[in-house]
Write a protein that binds this ligand. Structure first.
Ligand code: IMP
Ligand code: MG
Length: 181
């Protein structure tokens, strides 16, 4: 099937330059906050990848990176639940962990990941997200590092997908209403 971006993109919400600026700002903040320490940067597959790759260029600290993948399943009733699909390979004992993702929405995914990592003996675990949909929360959680707050609309690009496509767009865009109809 042919996929034209013009058919799905309603409006560019965050362009590439802004994403680079955000990554610089957060990278500098993280560099200051963890000065004198090493970091394990854990990217959330798949959506967190493009942002993570930009962000780590601006973190001037010794670091290793790894990946974790959570998958959400629709519950039979109103409850959604999240399972771990891929764990990290790195031993996190005694480490400062920084999780990186594309967007924080309901906070159910990060809650599950924190639960899984709770018994690993980490020194600290923080979350850095490119975007925050504050109105979407179903579970109380606020990330320490946020690039930009956005309205509760469906977005694609820079890691964010619609049925697995559009993750490669170099910007974040709102999807046209008719895509859902
Ligand atoms: P939550 O905080 O548990 O709701 O999980 C956030 C995850 O939901 C993100 O990492 C995305 O995979 C997905 N997600 C949330 N909002 C959007 C969106 O607008 N477009 C694409 N994926 C989204
Ligand atoms: Mg995701």
């Amino acid at each position: 099937m042919e996929r034209k971006y013009d058919d799905i993109v309603k409006k560019i919400l965050v362009d590439e330059n802004e994403i680079i600026e955000i990554s610089k700002r957060l990278g500098e903040q993280i560099t200051k906050d963890y000065a004198g320490n090493e970091l394990v940067v854990v990217g959330m597959l798949k959506g967190g990848m493009p942002f993570m790759m930009e962000l780590i260029k601006h973190i001037k600290l010794p670091l290793v990176f790894d990946f974790i993948q959570a998958k959400s399943y629709e519950g039979t009733k109103s409850t959604d639940y999240v399972v771990l699909k891929k764990d990290v390979d790195t031993d996190l004992k005694g480490k400062h962990v920084l999780i990186v993702d594309d967007v924080l929405d309901t906070a159910q995914t990060i809650t599950k990941v924190l639960e899984v990592l709770a018994d690993r003996g980490t020194v600290s675990i923080e979350l850095c997200c490119l975007l925050d949909k504050k109105e979407g929360r179903k579970v109380q959680y606020d990330a320490k590092y946020i690039g930009k707050e956005i309205p509760n609309e469906f977005v694609i690009g820079y890691g964010l997908d619609y049925n697995e496509y559009y993750r490669n767009l170099p910007y974040v865009a709102v999807v046209k209403d008719e895509v859902y109809k």
